[in-house]
Write a protein that binds this ligand. Sequence first.
Ligand code: UDX
Length: 431
Amino acid sequence: MKLAVIGTGYVGLVTGTCFAEVGHTVICVDCDARKVEMLQKGGIPIYEPGLEELVQKNVAAGRLGFTTSTRDGVENADVVFIAVPTPPQPDGSVDLSFMEGVARDIAAVMTSYKIVVDKSTVPVKTGEKVAETIRRYCKAKVEFDVVSNPEFLREGSAVSDFLKPDRVVIGVRTQRPVAAMKELYAPFNAPVVVTDINSAELIKHAANSFLALKISYINAISVICEASGANVQEVASGIGMDARIGRQFFDASLGFGGSCFPKDLSAFVKIAEQLGYDFGLLKEVQRINALQMDRFFKKILETVWVLKDKKIGVLGLAFKQNTDDVRMSPAIDLCHRLLKEGALLRVHDPKAMDKARTVLPPSGVTYIDDMNEVAEGCDALVVATEWNQFKSLDLDRVRKAMTHPILFDGRNLFDPREMEQLGFIYKSIGR
Ligand code: UDX
């Protein structure tokens, strides 16, 4: 089928590329001419494992193209995906101005029947507003259908999540677009849930909030584990072996971050409030998450005592492993807290150092390319992101390089007994 994808960010670029990979013809539209030019030359504006090769392969095969013109994208498309940002507002509500702008752009160039699919994460009842806007701004009175098709992509595994989805959720007002949407997703051989638009929009927020709840639950358990001498990883495994609970998203940490969980949680609390429900449970999920970072930072303060002019190594800057994204990153939050106390930082991240530079102050931070060099002359070392490669840190070299062998492990990458045998003062989460 012929598709247009409007917005080539983390979601849009993966969506367009993966649809091209399974044989559809895709034009990705973006208002950022520099980004479009980079993509046309085979460059990728984001780090996502496996994406660069897929983009280049499908551009070469003539199935994938990039343009700044909505008209060029929409006019020959059967299905038009909206994948533009829906950024959070300070009060937790969602900024839908990009959505509304794209709905108007599509309406202005539509001359034949289109299926307009909302892929962006939006508050429930947004689909209705998109349909209203298109009706209002559509010059040629052409028919169209609006569909909600939320994404469940995790950064760092977005390509595999798209190509092998647990399920495809389709929200429709009438049955007319269902056959085309099923044809579109047929190559993925995944179960398809067809429901109304509002339910489809709620599935997204409800799913993400539940995942965040799972993390905050195990983080709350980690506090009780520390107070009772239990091991949160063993408790998580013991719980997670119950098929109804599952072991995933049960890794205690210094808190979750990223551009989704914090934003979707505050949006969902706000949406519930606007619908007349006080979502206390999710407010507690947010509170536990904030407390987890406070507790971790307190461990550092209590152990190191004075942080002013101390050299602290920080391993990890991205909000999670396998991504370069530092939006709402716990690691970046931790760096700001350390800098505020006057600490001097030596930092490393396999992928996120360039993006970290744009959010960390120009002084007080030294960026180190080799993870084994970060500890040089440090009074303490912190693991802030769960990059697998940190597990193969040269701990002997690290211990010798530090003024004091103190390591704070915010992601439980190391084993407490081994670290003590190596002579470290080792603090982690829930063990
Ligand atoms: C999330 C959802 O997983 C995805 O389905 C949705 O489409 C977008 O939001 P993402 O934010 O990319 O994906 O990353 P995710 O893997 O969910 O991790 C979010 C945060 O939780 C990260 O900071 C991660 O380090 C943290 N985390 C994750 C934990 O602290 N413990 C865990 O067990 C899992």
